[in-house]
Ligand binder design. Structure first.
Ligand SMILES: Nc1nc2c(ncn2[C@@H]2O[C@H](COP(=O)(O)OP(=O)(O)O)[C@@H](O)[C@H]2O)c(=O)[nH]1
Ligand SMILES: [Mg+2]
Length: 409
């Protein structure tokens, strides 16, 4: 009889990813603007997963809706009714004030306000000017000129800048390709600019959440994840790393899972089970930690035949760093491919994901010490070893204990 498939590693990875995302300081964004200006379109293109449709939208007051989604460390507040008469507008303003008070009571804050004006109308009312002025007292305001087309939109931006409003900036945006006729279209633009302005205005401790939620600059996600992963490997496999006998190599697997979970959270992507099965399957299978650990080790021996004998049957810090780095870097590259495809609205081919993961992983293992990322990790680790070693040594204790505790009997 066939053994039932064991997906415990995948479940563990998913669970730990959720824990990692929950550790990120969440972000609160208010999106203001009249109905039809393009708030929903903006949100759906700036952030991943088409939040407006797939997120949980809760009306918190008559004109304010709170949108959030598990796995995305961000809450959006969407307004409605601003196009109605003055009394409704006043009410919207009151409700926003109330919502901000509530956030404060929960030790949260409103981090940025996107005030949307349609560039095609090229008009800003007295009431909106007053409203922007009062909002600016609550949080930094970026004015987003939606559906911006050509010179008139640029001129509208310049006009608003002359008003000397207490805002952070004005940005021209076309969030989604705009079809004028069968063969003429205006390509989407400006979201990258809005992203830059947002990072610039957000406090440092909100950058991680914002980078997780955005889908405009995938390279930025890649850089953040890679940079964390390299630091992690330096501290884990650097000075003081105790070589682990091959037979005990499976103790690396829980650590590596923790690393992948952290990477997934920094990157900001939701992976369904089948995609994860493809990725983990590509590097050695999902059949539990022991199996994966052994496969990883036999992979090392296959690609780096010298390693086994030279290290005396043990995995040195360098070898551990090589395997783990190959795992981390190829994982991040695959996430980038998936995220790009998702942002473009394409379908994900899980077979291709599996193939790419395997290709990248094998390629990095083959490069071994010559891999650029491994070189950086080694260099950084050498730097550390010249420092005062005593306090650093203490850092390795947890890993040593961990290895001991998990050593197979
Ligand atoms: N092509 C294109 N259409 C847009 C854009 N922004 C808004 N629209 C269109 O304008 C209409 C209203 O947009 P919506 O996002 O629902 O506005 P909201 O009421 O402010 O949320 C929809 O038909 C959108 O497709 C854009 O950047 N590009
Ligand atoms: Mg809407």
């Amino acid at each position: 009889m066939k053994k039932p498939l064991d997906f415990s590693l995948i479940d563990e990875l998913t669970k730990r990813t959720t824990e990692e995302v929950n550790k990120i300081d969440p972000l609160n964004i208010l999106v203001v603007g009249k109905t039809g200006v393009g708030k929903s379109t903006l949100i759906n293109h700036l952030f991943r997963e088409r939040l407006v449709e797939t997120g949980v939208g809760k009306p918190i007051t008559q004109h304010l809706r709170r949108i959030s989604k598990d796995g995305v460390p961000m809450t959006l507040f969407d307004t409605r009714g601003l196009e109605l008469d003055a009394s409704v507008q006043k009410q919207v303003a009151e409700e926003i004030k109330e919502a901000i008070e509530n956030l404060k009571q929960n030790n949260e804050s409103l981090d940025v306000i996107y005030y949307c004006l349609s560039a095609s109308s090229s008009r800003i009312e007295e009431m909106e000017i007053d409203f922007i002025q009062s909002l600016a007292k609550q949080a930094p305001v970026i004015i987003v000129l939606t559906q911006s087309i050509g010179q008139p939109a640029k001129e509208f931006k310049m006009y608003i800048e002359t008003l000397n409003l207490p805002i952070y900036s004005v940005v021209n945006v076309m969030a989604k390709n705009y079809k004028i006729s069968e063969d003429i279209q205006i390509d989407a633009f400006g979201l990258d600019d809005l992203l830059d302005q947002s990072f610039a205005v957000l406090p440092e401790n909100r950058h991680e959440a914002f980078n997780n939620a955005q889908q405009v600059d995938i390279e930025r996600k890649v850089q953040a994840a890679k940079s964390w992963a390299k630091k992690y490997m330096v501290t884990t496999f650097g000075v003081g790393f105790t070589p682990i006998p091959f037979a005990d190599a499976t103790v690396l697997v829980p650590m590596q899972l923790g690393m992948l979970a952290h990477i997934t959270a920094i990157f900001g992507i939701s992976l369904d089970k089948s995609t994860l099965i493809g990725i983990i399957g590509a590097i050695g299978g999902t059949g539990g930690a022991t199996y994966l650990g052994r496969t990883l080790v036999s992979n090392v021996m296959k690609f780096l035949p010298g390693v086994g004998t030279a290290a005396g049957g043990a995995i040195s810090g360098l070898t551990a760093a090589m395997v783990t780095s190959a795992l981390a870097m190829s994982y991040i590259e695959v996430l980038a491919i998936i995220a790009t495809q998702e942002a473009e609205g394409g379908e994900l081919d899980s077979k291709a994901v599996k193939r790419i993961m395997k290709e990248r992983f094998d390629m990095r293992l083959k490069r071994g010490k010559d891999d650029e990322d491994v070189k950086q990790i080694v260099a950084k680790s050498d730097e550390l070893s010249f420092d005062d070693e005593k306090p650093k040594r203490r850092k390795w204790q947890p890993l040593k204990k961990f290895v001991k505790r998990n050593r197979r009997k």
